[in-house]
Write a protein that binds this ligand. Structure first.
Ligand SMILES: NC(=O)c1ccc[n+]([C@@H]2O[C@H](COP(=O)([O-])OP(=O)(O)OC[C@H]3O[C@@H](n4cnc5c(N)ncnc54)[C@H](O)[C@@H]3O)[C@@H](O)[C@H]2O)c1
Length: 346
């Protein structure tokens, strides 16, 4: 049985990735209606994806035949639209960050729970075949005890008139909340929940009010230490979106697995326990083995995972609790940067 989905926000990521990939690859999800405040955008996206019901009215979308709603509007609209969808009995998958504040995210989750509705957060990178392989390597103990991780996501994002991400009251923040949220989510998934966080943020290059530079340090519940670096001022061609996990018996190095297409490159080094002390510290990079896997659509996977939750009750990796957790860490990182200190998180 396929779940009928409505989409709010038919531009940007929904138009480029989620809608076409769900239409092409999803097995348990059908998109039956689209809504966007921009009449031309909703018409064009609807036509190109073969979705006949398009509207500029959220009420009309919610009164229609969808059972679940995917929200891909600017962050400042997530709470109001998420609550409106839940209030009409729809399940919700909301894009990252889940809401503007922890309070909003918690209110949405409490309301969904009280009505027995499903609420998820679109951390689609958890469905990367490479990231799932890393999770398995760590759980099997192939890297020994994890001690360190780095997750990087950067791009070139110059000032653009009307860009909501560059306005704090519309996006909530800059490089940290927009891109860092994915990186923090991955490191927490691999290394355990953040117990302590500290950060530097700044607007170094561009003339807008949100940060274009952010470096966050985490101490995770496994004891491992993590670094998350996100910049809006590095050329796209220079971005390798590095993901590195090191343990007492090995390491995983990835390039470009952090991103939207589900692909990338991965190398793994793993040795038997007690490799011994070598004073000469011989480092042979060729001991890393390349791992090549077939990418899957991250967006079709995340929507199907929500559909499975709705139909079969199988809780996905992206339920609202990880969205709430993520906002807690991001808010603490901003506070740490502002107050120049380390913040503990429950
Ligand atoms: N997971 C990912 O890979 C990924 C990538 C990019 C963006 N995102 C997230 O998706 C969301 C949207 O980002 P984007 O890059 O697509 O933005 P965008 O600005 O490119 O597109 C947003 C669309 O929403 C429409 N819109 C604006 N206000 C609206 C409202 N009140 N109601 C309905 N529609 C409205 C706009 O007309 C536009 O078509 C954000 O939360 C962002 O963080 C996620």
């Amino acid at each position: 049985m396929k779940v009928k989905w409505g989409v709010i926000g038919a531009g940007g990521i929904a138009r480029r990735r989620t809608i076409p990939e769900v239409v092409k690859y999803a097995r348990q999800s059908d998109i039956v209606s689209l809504m966007d405040v921009d009449a031309a955008a909703v018409k064009e996206t609807g036509e190109s994806a073969g979705i006949s019901h398009v509207t500029t009215s959220i009420d009309e979308l919610l009164k229609g035949g969808c059972e679940a709603v995917y929200i891909a509007s600017p962050v400042s609209a997530h709470f109001e639209q998420g609550m409106a969808a839940l209030q009409t009995g729809k399940h919700v998958l909301v894009e990252k960050p889940m809401a503007m504040t922890l309070e909003e995210a918690e209110k949405m989750a409490d309301f969904a729970e009280s009505k027995g509705l499903r609420l998820g957060i679109a951390f689609m990178m958890r469905y990367s075949v490479y990231h799932q392989a890393i999770k398995e390597l760590i759980e099997r103990g192939d890297l020994g005890e994890p001690v360190s991780g780095r997750a990087q996501l950067t791009c070139w994002f110059p000032p653009i008139p009307g860009a909501w991400r560059q306005v704090k009251s519309l996006g909530g923040g800059g490089a940290l909340s927009d891109m860092g949220c994915h990186c923090i989510d991955l490191l927490e998934w691999f290394l355990g929940e953040t117990q302590e966080v500290t950060a530097f943020t700044g607007t170094l290059t561009h003339d807008y009010e949100v940060e274009d530079a952010s470096t966050v340090l985490l101490r995770c519940s496994s004891g491992a230490q993590g670094m998350v670096d996100n910049f809006f001022n590095v050329p796209d061609q220079a971005s390798r979106n590095v993901l590195e996990i090191y343990g007492t018996q090995g390491a995983v190095l990835c390039r470009r697995t952090i991103g939207q297409d589900g692909g990338g490159e991965m190398e793994v080094f793993s040795q038997e326990a007690g490799g011994g002390y070598d004073a000469s510290q011989v480092r042979a990079m060729d001991e890393y083995k390349k791992v090549e896997l077939d990418p899957v659509s991250l967006y079709a996977q995340e929507v199907d995972a929500m559909s499975q939750w709705i139909v079969e009750g199988k809780k996905p990796l992206i339920s609202y609790d990880v969205g709430i957790r993520n906002i807690k860490v991001v808010e603490a990182a901003y506070q740490a940067a502002e107050e120049k200190r380390v913040i503990s998180i429950d």
